[in-house]
Design a protein around this ligand. Structure first.
Ligand code: SAM
Ligand code: SF4
Length: 371
């Protein structure tokens, strides 16, 4: 057993070199990392997992990210857009089943019609749940005015993954043009935080060209940005995307999986009181992948409550799990598996990250001092 790893895990702050060493731990050493992360989770956010009912309401997307199966350039996808009624039914399902929160996710659109529709859906979602459902949205890069409009309408958390905090790597996985601009994405994250959203970001792990250094920098980026939530998962190649041609550069799926668990565990130790999601992509590699993430620091799970008929068309990567199961089935099996992982479920609670409350308090104090 490496004394070096034991020493690193005793520190209260990791430098880049520490993180790289932790990412390279062997099977025996990584158990120490995972145990430490679980202890930190227990002491700072509690052994409790919160549900966010995921509604992937449309796969129509104006963008062309090189890795994503529903990119605009993939002409072999059957496009769908749920009706307002279907979306609200899913919201009601989450509320009736005590999920506490929902996530609205879709391809990226910035047109006026889309923006207004989301605003109305947010207002109605609150109305049919007596103001009680918590709403996270993940609808890509939008103008500050749009983010403000949706915040006022009832959304209070936003997920916008930076995908990679390294600009050069970002442009290896996105076209380099106005629609896929790294600085615009960064600015969008700043705007979300400024408006008052609980702000979440994340990266894909195991991308072609990605190094341990990149991943260490990603974790340091989350810390420097002071995010409230992180959702990061393994990159899974999709045959009908441009990035598929780089598949020979990829780590085997199992290694991408372990690397993701390590990233989650290190992040939990670095940012003790944030929310960390167990990404659905983990389940595509290992049937109990998300539960394994819960044991090493994650505390959010996003059961898919999209009406089953449309799930097969929201394939960001192939072998996406649970595409044939109804929401009920998913929920029941999930509950049993989470209890086995040792966590309780925060039924009916929003489960906001304690980090957010502290950040808000700090901001308020600073503003008062400026008065
Ligand atoms: N369109 C919005 C956006 O891009 O922010 C939200 C939906 S997008 C499908 C949600 C996330 O899916 C992206 O942030 C990306 O990290 C992830 N994703 C896309 N393709 C993936 C792939 N092949 N493997 C793993 N994750 C993928
Ligand atoms: Fe569209 Fe999001 Fe996929 Fe990029 S990752 S192509 S924005 S759905």
């Amino acid at each position: 057993m490496s004394n070096r790893i034991i020493k690193i895990l005793e520190k209260s702050n990791f430098c880049k070199e520490d993180i790289i060493e932790l990412l390279q731990t062997n099977k025996e050493e990584r158990q120490l990392l995972f145990a430490k992360a679980n202890e930190v989770k227990k002491n700072h956010v509690g052994l409790k997992t919160y549900y966010r009912g995921l509604i992937e309401f449309s796969n129509i997307c104006a963008k062309d990210c090189y890795y994503c199966g529903i990119r605009a350039g993939n002409k072999n996808v059957q496009r769908y857009d749920l009706s307002d009624e279907q979306i609200l039914q899913a919201v009601k399902f989450a509320y009736d089943n005590n999920y506490g929160s929902v996530v609205f996710q879709s391809g990226e659109r910035m047109d006026k019609q889309f923006i207004q529709r989301i605003e109305q859906l947010l207002i109605k979602s609150k109305k049919i749940t007596e103001g009680k459902i918590g709403i996270t949205i993940s609808l890509g890069e939008q103008s500050k005015e749009t983010y403000e409009k949706w915040f006022k309408a009832g959304a209070h958390r936003y997920l916008l993954r930076i995908e990679s905090s390294n600009k050069a790597l970002y442009y290896k996985i996105h076209p380099q043009n106005k629609q896929h601009d790294f600085d615009t994405r960064l600015k969008a994250l700043y705007n979300l935080q400024k408006i008052g959203y609980q702000t979440g970001t994340g990266v894909m792990i195991g991308l072609p060209f990605q190094t341990f250094e990149h991943l260490a920098d990603d974790l340091l980026f989350f810390k420097a940005f002071d995010v409230d939530m992180v959702g990061m998962g393994p990159y899974i190649e999709h045959t009908e995307t441009p990035l598929y041609k780089e598949r020979n550069r990829l780590l085997p799926l199992e290694e991408r999986f372990i690397l993701t668990l390590k990233m989650i565990a290190i992040l939990r130790i670095m940012m003790k009181d944030i929310n960390i999601a167990a990404a659905t992509a983990l389940q595509a590699i290992d049937p109990i992948g998300r539960e394994k993430a819960i044991k090493v620091g994650a505390n959010i799970i996003m059961p898919n409550i999209t009406p089953t008929l449309n799930r097969e068309n929201y394939q960001l990567y192939e072998n996406k799990p649970c595409i044939d199961e109804g929401a009920d089935e998913c929920t029941n099996c999930l509950e049993a598996r989470i209890s086995i992982s040792g966590d309780d479920i925060g039924y009916g609670e929003w489960g906001d990250a304690p980090h957010f409350a502290k950040r808000k308090k700090k901001l308020f104090k600073n503003l008062k001092e400026l008065d």
